[in-house]
Ligand binder design. Structure first.
Ligand code: FBP
Length: 568
């Protein structure tokens, strides 16, 4: 075998030249975590800030053990004298969709726990693995291998919501069988809601001495909708995903005036909120970018959105720009008021008649559902193309969410804009292509921002555990000037929402605020981007070199940092 063949063989299984190299990237550590150059836990003390829940009476009644600590935001400091727990057994699990940087959370957690002689166990395949007791011990060799790599494959993940008495009892059994002292849940809003409930349930009476198991949450999701104002600027994974999407959108934008023939409708993953679409729009400046929250606020109908895009298409064609890019947020359909009401009614009907319709074929199910819908919604439903009707009837996930990533909203818009342009300006040529960027962005190797952010979040989670804390989500702020370590009480973040037709306590999704600096910057500039080609192509995310230390633009604008570079 020749030298090159040998080299190529060496790159099997996660050892491409790139993967081998990124493991060597030095991850910046917040200096609060360092003592004599070595990683060591901070202390936590109550900060001057609190979180408050609007439904406090009802929420606190369900959390008698955690209510005492449900408001105060805790801050990590050096030099305190809180005794640190030692020799504890801690398990970590990933929950929900993957997001870049998860492996660095595990690495940070491992390193912090190792400093207190604690053992870290991995839960395989998410909450389901916790219920089934599928755990293994994590070792330093694995950590070296997974550091700075993308994906959640080291542990696996799933979307099981722990809700039945049997499931809670099974979790308790797993804790007892594995002699666990603490559990770390890496997840989004729904998973961290679950973490709050687990923290309450496991608070006391789990171990033979009657003590409990601590639960700490870590904020993950590419959607960026787990944010808590100044306490939590962003969930991890958002930066990597948006940088990957922005590269792809930028490349397509670069293609449009080169080939001069297509309008590209690009749906971007991000479930409900439009943070991803807004970030990518800021990074690339396309002709049109829709923001669902604005659509809802302005009570726009589907027809209004179609008209807005159609008019841009016609005007650009008149200016010899018979091409362009339309960025569509994944969750748009649920934010169009008339569609939202329809989906709500569908949710009830689907849930109420689940068993009855289980064996129906699609055509029969569509007819059945139409017969149950109110008159107004029945005709709206009937006006939608078959492929949209089908997707609206798709199974909800175990948290009750419609699987919006499966709904081809971008195709629906293309079909409707085509009709509009044909009617208003038949001479306008309108050729289209549709794309959905989602899974491409979730598992790439973390950007430098996510690599650093995640490692430090892992360190924070480890520090919270050895400080004996439970019922907190860890956070990391002041990203432009060294980082500040925080732990925010999960119960204080819970609100009451209607899910599956009944009241449930959940962490509210952070949506794009139309009065936020990031949105306002976009709103002021978007008309220019539509009128002329002012797009930018940010290129691939950089792990080395001058632009590698950029944080998301929306984060820098909304937090008022005044610069894009992060410093941890
Ligand atoms: P999480 O909130 O669990 O991180 O999920 C993020 C996400 O990627 C959404 O953007 C998307 O709608 C969904 O997962 C897709 O789900 P699935 O992985 O089940 O296809």
């Amino acid at each position: 075998m020749g030298a090159l063949e040998k080299l190529l063989n060496k790159s099997d299984k996660g050892n491409s030249l790139f993967e081998a190299e990124i493991r060597n990237i030095k991850i910046p550590v917040c200096k609060q975590f360092l003592k004599g150059g070595k990683i060591s836990p901070v202390d936590f003390k109550p900060s001057k800030d609190s979180v408050s829940t609007k439904d406090s009476t009802k929420v606190f009644a369900s959390f008698p053990n955690l209510r005492e600590t449900a408001s105060k935001v805790m801050e990590g400091v050096r030099g305190g004298k809180t005794p640190k727990l030692k020799g504890k057994r801690v398990a970590v699990l990933f929950s929900g969709g993957p997001a870049a940087g998860g492996h660095n959370v595990v690495a940070g957690l491992f390193d912090m726990l190792a400093a207190s002689k604690c053992t870290l166990l991995g839960v395989k395949a998410g909450p389901k693995g916790l219920i089934n007791g599928d755990l293994f011990e994590i070792n330093g060799e694995d950590i070296k291998r997974i550091k700075n790599t993308g994906g959640f494959d080291y542990l696996g993940s799933d979307r099981t919501k722990i809700k039945t008495d049997e499931q809670f009892a099974a979790v308790k059994k797993t804790c007892v069988d594995n002699k666990l002292d603490a559990l770390v849940v890496v997840g989004g809003d729904d998973s961290n809601t679950n973490a709050a409930v687990l923290a309450e349930y496991l608070y006391i009476g789990v171990k033979p001495d009657g003590s409990g198991v601590q639960v700490i949450g870590v904020p993950k999701t590419i959607d960026g909708d787990l944010q808590i104002g100044k306490y939590l600027p962003i969930s991890f994974g958002f930066d990597t995903a948006t940088k990957i999407f922005a590269e792809m959108v930028g490349n397509i934008l670069q293609d449009t005036p080169s080939s001069r023939k297509y309008w590209h409708f690009i749906k971007l993953m991000g479930r409900a909120a439009s943070h991803v679409a807004l970030e990518v729009a800021l990074q690339t400046k396309p002709a049109v970018a829709l923001i669902s929250e604005e659509v809802a606020e302005k009570k726009m109908a589907l027809g209004d959105i179609v008209k807005q895009i159609g008019e841009t298409v016609i005007t650009r064609a008149q200016n010899k720009m018979n091409y362009g890019v339309v960025v569509v947020p994944e969750g748009l359909i649920e934010f169009i008021p008339e569609m939202n009401l329809l989906i709500h009614e569908l949710n009830h009907i689907v849930a109420r008649h689940e068993k009855e319709t289980a064996d129906f074929d699609l055509a029969k199910k569509i007819d059945f559902v139409r017969s149950k819908l109110s008159e107004e919604h029945s005709s709206l439903f009937a006006s939608l193309p078959h492929y949209i009707q089908e997707m609206l009837l798709f199974d909800r996930d175990s948290h009750g969410n419609l699987q919006v990533s499966q709904i081809p909203t971008e195709k629906l818009l293309i079909d409707m804009v085509k009709e509009y342009v044909k009617e208003i300006s038949p001479e306008t040529k309108f050729s289209t292509l549709n794309h959905f960027f989602g899974y491409e962005g979730r598992c790439g190797a973390p950007s430098l921002f996510d690599a650093a952010y995640c490692y430090n979040l892992g360190l924070t989670a480890g520090a919270a555990i050895v400080n004996g804390m439970t019922g907190y989500i860890v956070a990391f702020t002041e990203l432009e000037k060294g980082g500040e370590i925080l732990a925010v009480p999960l119960v204080g973040l819970l609100n009451i929402e209607m899910r599956h037709g009944k009241e449930e306590m959940v962490i509210e999704k952070a949506l794009v605020k139309t009065d936020s600096p990031a949105f306002m910057y976009f709103a002021v500039n978007r008309a220019r981007w539509g009128e002329k080609d002012l797009f930018t192509s940010p290129g691939p995310r950089q792990l080395w070199g001058p632009v590698s230390n950029q944080m998301p633009m929306t984060v820098a604008l909304n937090q008022g940092y005044g610069k894009l570079g992060f410093k941890i």
